[in-house]
Design a protein. Structure first.
Length: 345
């Protein structure tokens, strides 16, 4: 009998750290100037062009202060995304409120993550609190029990009916967490070497706790199910770091086959044999050294060699040329990462 190859539906997903995407004339950080109208237009133009080049079915975005600014970028791209959401960064009155209710002011204190998609969305959920028992005590700060930037889960449905979970994340940065008062004034000597060590430890503890809490979310989504999961965003660490592997737990698969059910796999490493793996796979440059902070992970349903496979990863591309164009806040300081996934129909 003649072999008939399966039919596949394709899914382009991309992650983009947008470097403080905010509306003009509004202060987002006290120590940074608001965007002028001209700066805002330049940022919207640049971001819209990048969205057009990515042409992804699902965009996972980070560092958004104003949902209205993201919508402006989407409009400037010339592409159509029927669903755009950045929980915590809304600029419209809360739904169901009477006419005349003031619009919400966008994100406060820290930017948020969001999603834009041309696919049907079945459900959206934002995770704010850690699971019980996963908080940590951070020296000088006390209990850390909530995500600084809540991960956003969107369950989308492809045209052939297959559901896919997409989880957008932005973990705590490595930037030292110095103590300060409510007005942002320093409470410790930032030039003291040992104070700097403690500030870096605070950041590590916070990122580690967020990674562990995120791992719990991943387990709940994957255990005993066959709905594919894509986790993407700014992990603020490289793919093989302790914190990233806390989320993915890929290494457990080597000695526990049952772990595949709840493991995540680096999409870059899962690419098909025909994919061109370039040596320019980096998404951020820090003090002259390239690194991969922005990542796409997939569940075993996208691993071609898995017996539970529903598809595969065809290609992963890094859009990072702008990182060599100099520092300019109208551009992002992160490269964008896009993966071409396939699912059998």
């Amino acid at each position: 009998m003649q072999y008939i190859p399966p039919n596949y539906a394709t899914l382009f997903v991309a992650t983009c750290n947008l470097l403080n995407l905010a509306a003009p004339n509004r202060v987002y950080y006290e120590n940074q100037d608001a965007y002028t109208e001209r700066e805002y237009e330049r940022k919207i133009d640049w971001t819209g062009e990048r969205f057009h080049a990515l042409n992804a079915d699902v965009l996972a975005v980070q560092e958004v202060w104003d949902e209205s600014a993201l919508k402006a970028c989407i409009a400037r791209s010339g592409l159509r995304y029927d669903f755009i959401s950045v929980p915590g960064a809304e600029n419209t009155p809360p739904p169901g409120m009477p006419e005349g209710t003031p619009a919400r002011p966008g994100a406060q204190g820290t930017p948020r993550v969001g999603i834009a998609t041309r696919l049907k969305v079945d459900e959206v959920r934002s995770f704010v609190d850690f699971p019980p028992g996963f908080g940590v005590d951070v020296p000088g700060l006390g209990p850390h029990t909530r995500f600084e930037r809540p991960p956003l889960l969107a369950t989308v449905r492809m045209k052939h009916g297959q559901q896919v979970h997409v989880l957008t994340v932005h973990l705590k940065s490595k930037r030292p967490k110095f103590l300060q008062d409510a007005q942002g004034n320093p409470l410790e000597d930032r030039d003291h070497r040992k104070v700097g060590v403690m500030a870096s430890l605070r950041s590590l503890l916070m990122r580690g706790a967020e990674a562990a809490a995120l791992r719990c979310i991943v387990i709940d989504l994957l255990q005993g199910t066959n709905v594919p999961l894509v986790v993407m965003g700014d992990f603020n660490d490289n793919p093989h770091s302790v914190t990233t592997q806390l989320v993915a737990a890929t290494s457990e698969v080597a000695y526990d086959k049952a772990a595949r059910d709840v493991a995540l796999f680096n999409a870059y490493e899962m690419q098909g044999e025909s994919a061109l793996k370039k040596d320019v796979a980096y998404s951020h440059i820090h003090q002259g050294y390239p690194d991969v902070l922005d990542q796409i992970f997939v569940s075993e349903e996208f691993v071609a060699t898995s017996r539970h496979s529903l598809g595969d990863v065809r290609r992963v591309d890094y859009f990072n040329d702008h990182l060599h164009e100099g520092r300019d806040r109208s551009r992002s300081d992160h490269g964008f990462v896009r993966a071409l996934l396939r699912l059998r129909t």
